[in-house]
Design a protein around this ligand. Structure first.
Ligand SMILES: Cc1cc2nc3c(=O)[nH]c(=O)nc-3n(C[C@H](O)[C@H](O)[C@H](O)COP(=O)(O)OP(=O)(O)OC[C@H]3O[C@@H](n4cnc5c(N)ncnc54)[C@H](O)[C@@H]3O)c2cc1C
Length: 400
């Protein structure tokens, strides 16, 4: 898809166009919301800082809840066609290996998934401006919300546009609202950071020919999760002949080691998995601190969704389903005909976000806390392995 140049210099600095809805960020949350909003009859503009296709830090595993959302959005067929059906989840920690059968997990690169959603948004009638950065200037407490947009390749090209509603779906950076002190958030102390790289299978086969875990994950379509002292690492096969490496690592371990690849190798070493990822010279990307909560989730006519609302380690396939769920719920609150006053919508969004965090995210918090101790994790896994009915019950719960 070609990036488009959408704006010119606006010397008067006045508001030059008005939309029903501006969505900032074309990740799964932003595009999920945009498709639902345009289908409900709104004129929707999506602003995205990158051009597509682009990769981003993500393991790319879609659980069944995320897949249900993609079905509603009309793209599941294509995602299943492109992606890889994962059959087993294999956890390594402190020399213990535990293998779980997982129904309906699909692995897909974010470049493929987000491009598919973007095509659906465009054919549903959304406009998308690529390589354009959005900043919320006025959240719309007394009038329409105002967004400043700036072309990445021509920073002098800036203009102000307005909308009856702005949705910030900019992920962990929350860059569109960073200048505004009132959008407070809490970042959990000691939070890990996310890192990610892709490698062609052929490179791995050539450089790590005798690694058993590698052969298994490629041939048996397994998702491997390795828990070490510096963090945990997920590895699985993705589409396009690529192997996806995604990890949450402790920032202090990163500072004291040579780099991301060295930390990842230390996790492989803790789990007694052979191979040196460092030798592959992969192109790693990283995120800011992962575990965070937005204390303000909406203001005036501006709403946060997806990771911009908050994120909790670990990545168990919950992140994208949570992002897609938030897109659906917000669309139900703000896109229905004759819906309520701004203040009432803000209240409803705040209530939804608090309830969801309380009921869903405590599980992720608990798992993240256990992952800090590989030995404790190994004991928990050994206990579960000795008790198949409990394992079946937990898997059933996870799939609900
Ligand atoms: C290491 C790691 C592994 C993970 N693995 C999984 C997994 O296997 N399965 C899963 O379900 N979840 C996983 N997650 C979580 C998942 O990646 C996120 O929850 C999900 O991407 C959130 O989607 P989003 O749309 O809110 O944000 P994002 O996907 O981050 O999208 C935000 C978009 O906004 C754009 N943007 C940002 N600022 C601006 C701006 N000012 N103007 C214009 N555009 C802007 C960005 O370019 C980006 O395209 C993982 C996370 C990490 C860190």
């Amino acid at each position: 898809m070609d990036s488009q140049n959408g704006q010119r210099r606006n010397p008067q600095n006045t508001v030059s166009e008005s939309w029903d809805c501006i969505v900032i960020g074309a990740g799964v949350a932003g595009l999920g919301f945009a498709i639902r909003a345009v289908r409900s009859g709104l004129r929707v503009l999506v602003i995205e800082g990158k051009s597509f296709p682009r990769e981003k830090v993500c393991g790319g595993c879609l659980n069944h809840r995320a897949q249900n959302h993609l079905r509603e959005l009309g793209v599941l067929g294509q995602v299943l066609h492109e992606g890889i059906a994962i059959t087993d989840f294999v956890v390594h920690c402190d020399q213990h290996v535990s293998s779980w059968k997982i129904p309906s997990m699909v692995s897909i690169r974010r470049s493929t998934l987000d491009e598919t959603l973007a095509q659906e948004a465009l054919s549903s009638g959304c406009e998308i401006q690529w390589r354009t950065r959005g900043t919320v200037l006025d959240a719309g407490e007394s009038q329409e919300a105002i967004v400043r947009i700036q072309q990445v390749d021509a920073p002098e090209c800036v203009k102000k546009i307005s909308a009856k509603m702005v949705v910030v779906a900019a992920g962990l950076t929350r860059s569109p609202i960073q200048q505004e002190d009132r959008w407070t958030q809490h970042i959990t102390e000691g939070s890990r950071i996310g890192v990610h790289a892709l490698s062609p299978i052929e490179l791995l086969r050539a450089r790590l020919p005798s690694s058993g875990w590698l052969l298994d994950l490629v041939d048996k379509k397994q998702l491997h999760m390795l828990i070490g002292r510096a963090g945990y690492l997920g590895i699985c096969l993705a589409d396009g002949g690529q192997v996806d490496f995604a990890a949450a690592i402790a920032p202090d371990k990163l500072r004291s080691s040579g780099g991301i690849a060295e930390v990842v190798d230390s996790i492989l070493g803790d789990c007694r998995c052979d191979g040196q990822i460092k030798d592959l010279e992969l192109n790693w990307s990283a995120t800011p601190a992962l575990t965070r909560t937005s204390t303000v989730v909406a203001m005036g006519k501006t709403y946060l969704i997806g990771d911009a609302l908050g994120y909790v380690e670990p990545f168990t396939g919950e992140g994208m389903s949570w992002a897609l769920e938030s897109a659906k719920q917000l669309a139900e609150i703000v896109c229905s005909k004759g819906s309520s006053e701004d203040s009432d919508r803000v209240l409803r969004w705040d209530r939804w976000a608090r309830r969801e965090r309380a009921t869903k995210q405590w599980v992720a918090n608990w798992v993240a806390a256990q992952s800090r101790s590989p030995r404790r994790c190994a004991w928990i896994l050994k206990g579960l392995d000795a008790c198949p009915p409990v394992r079946r019950f937990l898997m059933k719960k996870a799939m609900q």
